[in-house]
Ligand binder design. Structure first.
Ligand code: GLY
Length: 353
């Protein structure tokens, strides 16, 4: 898999035109969802090359990251006589870049595309690294391919209007990148004050965080080994997310990951001696900014069941990425049901639940 350049820009119109002018293509398609069509597309109004592009607009949010939306994108490409020489620009959050990347990767066996993430979560995670796909049969990202964008363009202009909740959701993935990289990067992340947010500081941290992901993806593009470190917090996080959906009170992905990180660091302590002081420090930051995800011991069976169905599992055991210390990652770890329940008990103690 070739390296995918990730470019940070203050001037999105000019950068889009710069990138596009490096390619020869017959038709340009811009994929957005209803929200990004309304709020993000106008920010590209001065791009000369996007002006004549064909717009494809799909319904917003993860529930529409499905076969029906995908088929509608293929249909428009086909009706508009797109060819293998056509080009696609995905403008949106992770849902748009995942689905758009997959549509582009499969149409006529693949057309080239670039991603422009419009959320912090998209910029720090989904848009970078070549994972594309859709949800299927009730399972997230069940169908997809690894196929990197020609480039990823990250611009601050889209983040200025994001809510605190959206920023915090993306920030959880940045905390994860800090934990798996080094103490210096991680410690800086804990100094950001969300009650008095300095957007420039956030952007400097974002740039560092994207580099962590780029380095990992470059050394293991197909998730055979070290890319699994990016799953830290996600085994428990996905189970929390499912429980929140079951309760009809969904939490944002990044929030579930934030609470999942604390639980998986507790497991890291049990299995590998990860320092408890670090866990308390993270739990305090997360409680202050994200609050707590309420659980009781009556939820343990449901959560355990979800963890055993996680697609990262390669056997009957629950598979985790754990840490010995900041930056010391151990992939392919397992934990027993008893250990997982103890971690959930400790999580409840830390969050006073
Ligand atoms: N979202 C984790 C990865 O890209 O591997």
């Amino acid at each position: 898999m070739s390296k995918q350049p990730v470019l940070f820009t203050q001037n999105i119109d000019e950068s889009v035109d710069n990138i596009l002018s490096q390619y020869t293509y017959d038709k340009l398609f811009v994929l957005t969802d209803r929200n990004t069509f309304k709020f993000a597309s106008p920010l590209l109004a001065n791009s000369q090359l996007c002006k004549d592009a064909k717009q494809i607009v799909i319904e917003a949010d993860d529930t529409h990251k499905n076969l029906e939306s995908l088929a509608s994108v293929w249909q428009t490409l086909s009706d508009s006589h797109a060819t293998r020489r056509s080009f696609m620009l995905n403008l949106g959050g992770g849902m748009v870049t995942d689905l758009g990347g997959f549509a582009a990767s499969t149409f006529k066996r693949g057309i080239r595309y670039i991603n422009i993430p419009t959320t912090l979560l998209g910029a720090v995670d989904a848009a970078v690294g070549g994972k594309t796909g859709i949800n299927f049969n009730g399972l997230k990202n069940e169908i997809g391919v690894f196929n990197p964008a020609e480039a990823v363009l990250i611009s601050t202009v889209f983040f200025k209007t994001l809510s605190r909740e959206h920023l915090l959701s993306g920030y959880a993935e940045m905390l994860k990148h800090g934990l798996i990289s080094n103490a210096d990067t991680y410690n800086k992340l804990l100094t950001l004050d969300f009650s008095n947010l300095d957007l420039d500081q956030l952007l400097r941290l974002l740039e560092e965080s994207v580099k962590v992901k780029e380095r990992i993806v470059e050394s293991d593009p197909f998730e055979k080994n070290i890319r699994k470190s990016l799953n830290l917090g996600h085994t428990v996080g996905h189970a929390f997310e499912s429980l929140s959906h079951e309760r009809k009170s969904p939490v944002q992905h990044g929030y579930a990951v934030a609470w999942g990180l604390v639980c998986e660091l507790l497991l890291s302590h049990m299995r590998l001696g990860f320092p408890t002081e670090r866990i308390r420090q993270l739990a305090t930051f997360i409680a202050d900014n994200y609050g707590a995800f309420p659980i009781t011991c009556n939820d343990y069976d449901y959560l355990y069941e979800k963890m055993t169905h996680d697609k990262k599992n390669e056997s009957d055991n629950v598979n985790f990425t754990l840490l010995k210390d900041i930056g010391i990652v151990e992939i392919n770890q397992t934990a027993t049901k008893e250990e997982i329940c103890s971690a959930l008990d400790l999580y409840r103690d830390l969050f006073h639940l």
